[in-house]
Design a protein around this ligand. Sequence first.
Ligand code: HEM
Ligand code: SF4
Length: 557
Amino acid sequence: MPDTHFYRYDDYDRTLVRERIAQFRDQVRRRLAGELTEEQFKPLRLTNGLYLQLHAYMLRIAIPYGTLSSRQLRKLADIARRYDRGYGHFTTRQNLQLNWIRLEDAPDALAALAEVDMHAMQTSGNCIRNVTADHFAGAAADEIEDPRIWCEIVRQWSTLHPEFSFLPRKFKIAITGSPNDRAAVRVHDIGLRLWRNPEGRVGFEVIVGGGLGRTPMIGKTLREFLPREELLAYLEATLRVYNRYGRRDNLYKARIKILVHEIGAEKMRAEVEAEYAAVRDGALRLPAATIEAIAAQFAPPALPHRPAIAAEVERLRLEDRAFALWLRSNTAPHRLAGYRIVTASLKPAGAPPGDASAAQMDGVADIADAFSQGEVRVSHEQNLVFPHVAVDDLPEVHRALGRLGFAEANVGKIGDIIACPGLDYCALANARSIPVAQRISGHFAELARQHDIGDLKIKISGCINACGHHHVGHIGILGVDKNGVELYQISLGGDVDFGRTAIGTILGPAIEADRVVGAVDSLVATYLERRTDGERFVDTYRRVGAQPFKERVYAAV
Ligand code: HEM
Ligand code: SF4
């Protein structure tokens, strides 16, 4: 099995990561010896992805463009087993968080990561964070171009970029190469959408100033069409404008979305274009040879011809209800007939969303080796994805995932909940998120019912920072604190997939934890009564408005 069908570190990358670990090892030694105070140490650990949370240190590991080889995933399992409590948490921005790292082990954990060309740099701090991509990249039937090529180019440009290491605030970039956005590009600081213009050329729509957090905003299109080779020049120009004018005086107003909001998209565009005109013909213009060299590393695997229809799949589809549901919700069209993209649901009913034990990670790596060219993806929905599974292997993959507990046929359904760590781990939380998610998914455990309810995304955050994307959930749930009591505020009508981005609207007063499941039940019942054929929950909500939902929820409590 080849190691990767994506970018491999060269000597430059390896040296950079190795030097950084040596430096950090010495910083940790000095901290443990009492030569550095926590205050002096904090910026040093944060630039290496090491946070201090409620109970312990937390290490956030970047998974560039959400792509992992089986070898890398096994190493993550090994690190979780050796240096943490034997599990990890996959996040919405294609990172893995280990919640119980011991400080003295952190340098060894980073050294182990480096063995498989991974690191935790720029997963914290006011810099350009891990660049995320469509988790179906390189495999999706609807793709125009693999966005990971461009993520890698941006990664190389942005890693330790001296001018952009101390921005007014953190900076998140996402790239999609398909018209059906699966990377949430409109809620990123910069979202890039590859598309083909009427002349047949592929370039970027550049969307700037989106974000969630305490002031959710949908990004504005600054450029309809940017030639690909000018990407870095345009990004440099945008970041320069942000670096110059971003609000450093107020933490809550420091993100680029506030700048765009305050000066307006027109003025922002004019500023960026002026800066861009000055740099576009300089060193940042990407030579065709550079693009080609990176693109070559993402050359798709040579997939053997496989039958588009398999007798066993057809038989199971008719005879095995669980398989039929799984096929419908957890597999997606591949660019090649004879293959499907398979999503492993990290949301078994009643379990913490996005968690995987070391044994489960090893199991996923084994499935990837046997059935998906040794490759795994991390989705922004906190699931794992096998990009290249032959149709006639689907029954076996389903069984293998079942043994791991990852075959729940709930992708995109009410049980496929996004939740942030909340009060169980996070120092900023107002309320618990994970137990709320567990209770909701436990309540709706019956899969046939989930499929009857259809596409419904519930997203839960433990505070206004919105790590759980509650603003863009069809049902959003936000933990708030009222005089020391954990309450939950419900919003409806948010959306983020397939370019239908919308921010949800608050339904009414916040409710107690033990009323949340009942409230979700009432929302679902209202929808089921009022939906028309083929209408999703969020479409019914848009058509009939909040009132019937509100009446039912607040009458029931
Ligand atoms: C437990 C440690 C964590 C801490 C301390 C933390 C802290 C924060 C803070 C302070 C913000 C708001 C930043 C701003 O708007 O300027 C934020 C935003 C965000 N975080 Fe977290 N977070 C944590 C874990 C996570 C996890 C586990 C995920 C994914 C499941 C996540 C995903 C996000 C996302 C997607 C945003 C979106 C808001 C945006 O940037 O527009 N975070 N986080
Ligand atoms: S939303 Fe709040 S509670 Fe949840 S992880 Fe982010 S900062 Fe912590």
